[in-house]
Design a protein. Structure first.
Length: 358
């Protein structure tokens, strides 16, 4: 619906411009104004979608979990319009979702799952409902950070993005926030899991803060930004070269893109890690994850991985709530179980059904 409104607005103003007796300069100004108006509309609609989705979280998991959304601070923004202005250099404020299983014994200790969402500009939505329910069923506490650059919080926050940079620190901050504020969370049983861009954030967290995580799962992780720039189109590359983002193309600053690519940081791995990828992935080409796997092997690292062959769902194959997706997630949970020891285990499809429908 949002895109339809934008297209209608674009066509109507473009038609007016075409029929007006104006100069090329005036038409250019109108088109710039149109683009600006379209971006503003998109951010407003993102806010509305976020408010609706927040309500849906309570409806979809409120029967099994206490749901909260908490405000916290991460490192100061990388770029400031006015570095000497009021508030410049202050820590960046962002929201995180917290899910706590109902009926827990607060005198005991429970494992924590850090769950960063995917997407260059995206947010944590009820797309993850069944995964959250499955984790809650096992007795995990969950924190899901809306790290800098996430959508649904206005243009200013959107443009705070630091892809492969301080967004990783925001996610680590969300982990520390839980440990500092919830005494029933076991600091020795913290895991992290994510898919796509969330998989990349997972990798950077265990590379940069190995002491903080006992186990990690990275699903279809973005692994090599340099390769990615080669097989994506111009509109995708433009996201990264925008002045509020990296600010340059990979050709102009290949070192910066390498620094933000997990495959080039493989020497840092110390945490037990499971990687999944799919040969028919339409978003993160399997070659990126293969590069990561080869890099880890070249560094002599111990880890687990599986390259799935053309599983239905492509990029979303093991997040989808179909039978094969559920079966693959059981493998993920069994891997995490070994290191995090949740109160209950998911070892069969019947357990998944209990998590979904109890």
């Amino acid at each position: 619906m949002k895109r339809i409104l934008t297209i209608i607005l674009f066509l109507s103003i473009t038609f007016s411009v075409h029929n007006a007796q104006s100069t090329n300069s005036e038409q250019s100004d109108v088109l710039k104004s149109l683009k600006r108006g379209s971006e503003s509309l998109n951010h407003r609609l993102d806010r509305l979608e976020k408010l609706i989705d927040d309500v849906l979280w309570f409806q979809r998991v409120g029967d099994v979990a206490f749901v909260d959304k908490v405000f916290m601070t991460g490192p100061p923004p990388v770029k400031e319009k006015n570095p000497t202005g009021q508030g410049a250099g202050n820590p960046l404020k962002f929201w995180s979702y917290v899910f706590i299983p109902k009926g827990i014994d607060v005198t005991k200790k429970y494992p924590l799952i850090v769950l960063p969402h995917g997407g260059v500009h995206a947010d944590f939505t009820t797309y993850y409902t069944h995964i959250v329910r499955e984790l809650i069923y096992q007795g995990y506490i969950i924190v899901a950070a809306e790290y800098r650059g996430s959508t649904g919080y206005g243009e200013g926050f959107y443009k705070r993005i630091d892809y492969g940079g301080l967004e990783n620190e925001d996610v680590n901050v969300s982990r520390q926030y839980i440990l500092d504020n919830y005494d029933f969370v076991d600091e020795d049983r913290v895991g992290i899991m994510g898919w796509s861009h969330g998989g990349m954030i997972t990798l950077f967290n265990i590379f940069d803060h190995p002491e903080n995580y006992k186990a990690a799962f990275a699903g279809v992780p973005v692994s090599d930004l340099i390769a990615r720039m080669g097989y994506k189109d111009d509109s995708y590359r433009d996201l990264y070269s925008a002045d509020y983002h990296i600010g340059k193309t990979a050709d102009e600053n290949v070192h910066e893109y390498r620094k933000r690519s997990a495959a080039w940081q493989a020497h840092k791995l110390k945490t037990p890690l499971l990687i999944h990828t799919n040969t028919n992935d339409e978003d993160v080409n399997v070659l990126e994850v293969e590069h990561l796997i080869k890099s880890l092997k070249a560094e002599g690292k111990k880890f687990e991985y599986e390259i799935f062959k053309d599983v239905p769902g492509g990029h979303s194959f093991d997040r989808m709530d179909h039978k094969i997706g559920r079966e693959i997630r059981i493998k993920i949970y069994k891997f995490l179980d070994k290191y995090l020891n949740p109160p209950k285990k998911i070892t069969s499809l019947k357990d998944i059904e209990k998590a979904a429908y109890r």
